[in-house]
Design a protein around this ligand. Sequence first.
Ligand code: GLN
Length: 485
Amino acid sequence: MNDLTSLTIHEAHDLLKQKKVSSLELTKAHLERIAAVEPKVKAYVSVTEEIALAQAHEADARISRGEIGPLTGIPMQLKDNLAVNGTRTTCSSKMLENFVSPYDSTVAKRLKTAGAVLLGKGNMDEFAMGSSTENSAFFPTKNPWALDRVPGGSSGGPAAAVAAGECLFSLGSDTGGSIRQPASFCSITGLKPTYGLVSRFGLVAFASSLDQIGPMTKDVRDSATVLQAIAGYDSMDSTSANRPVPDYSASLKDNITGMKIGVPKEYFDGVDADVGEVLKRAMGQLAQLGAIIDYNVSLPSTPYALAVYYILAPSEASANLARYDGVKYGFSANAPTMWHSMEQTRQQGFGPEVKRRIMLGTYALSSGYYDAYYLKAQKVRTLIRREFDEAFKKYDALVTPTSPTPPFKFGDKVADPVKMYLSDVDTIPVNIAGIAGISVPAGFIEGLPVGMQLIGPSFSEETLFRIAHAYQQATGWHKLRAPVQ
Ligand code: GLN
């Protein structure tokens, strides 16, 4: 990795501001890095070189006029389920392989306005369903720390791209863990913001009551910078929260003395012993920094969260994915009649995991089963949310592993969907409750990254940043760069 591609956003910004480097140099360095490592890592579905060079020129012109914001001239990637006007948005699915978006998602528009430079779009599990990118219809992404291992998913492309120095940051989406789990697997910082904080307009819908877009960055400071640019009310998303956005960077105070952090014991059941050890050390470090750790917290409904998720998420997905019928969007199969064409479009256009989810969802919603599955799951969702509410009366945040295991090998879990689903057992409750969670690098097991998750109540991003930043200042795990060359 050369010097420019190992920088953080704030380091690159300082160089841009002092005119020690131009956005064009920064952008070209990243395009070269992409050319060098992509054959191994495969984090990009498409590279938008022309757009990148044009935007870099524009950014340099702005900077020379003295107009520089924290993201001006900063090269980035976006997950390929985020719409960018005039570019392909594939969701790593055959269904949308050649779909060119006719409009910008709100996050893409805001980042454009902020002067960020688009390098391309990140690979993912098809329609964001998966935990390893093995469900991408195009190719799996490799983990830059160990190329025989998965980068996590569904935002595996974004996580690998950031870890391999193929962009300064990326955006992912998180429905059940898709930002935090790959962040953990690739040793980067991934934030799942509170539901409603970041507009979902232009994010291809998976499960609308759970989906959130968030920053995937090299450290917490960068996460705060990116969140600042994308957060805030948007009339194009009916679930967007209409409340003022705080100054996130101001919350990065080093001192966490007296902050109360709970350790919910259910999150450690079934966790690899090595991962448990890494977390123990991380919690010890938080205590040394002055936090008050309570190791005896219980959230008894936690074990039901995974089951609730696999009723609700597929139910919502089955409705959201009904639009892919070959008439309005993307792929359309040739067949003698319209009916046959719709049938063939869905049969050929969707991969096996997406079909499994659609079948699970339509089953859970079918008459006679609705009360037993969907309605019941909604009730348990309320219980899970209430338990968090109660816990946050006592604690500023909760600390857990991000994932029960370090990154696993390709093929290890594809044959058994439930094994794969268990990869998100520690992240899913956060989406169920609509609250905020962040994963930060916490160490390694035989060279494989392990993440620590901090969970906070709704709109507690400042608190999470503050704790996570203090932890990073004291430990430095986030400064290590992946060995891929
Ligand atoms: N891995 C989970 C799933 O397959 C979560 C995915 C996500 O957050 N998009 O549904």
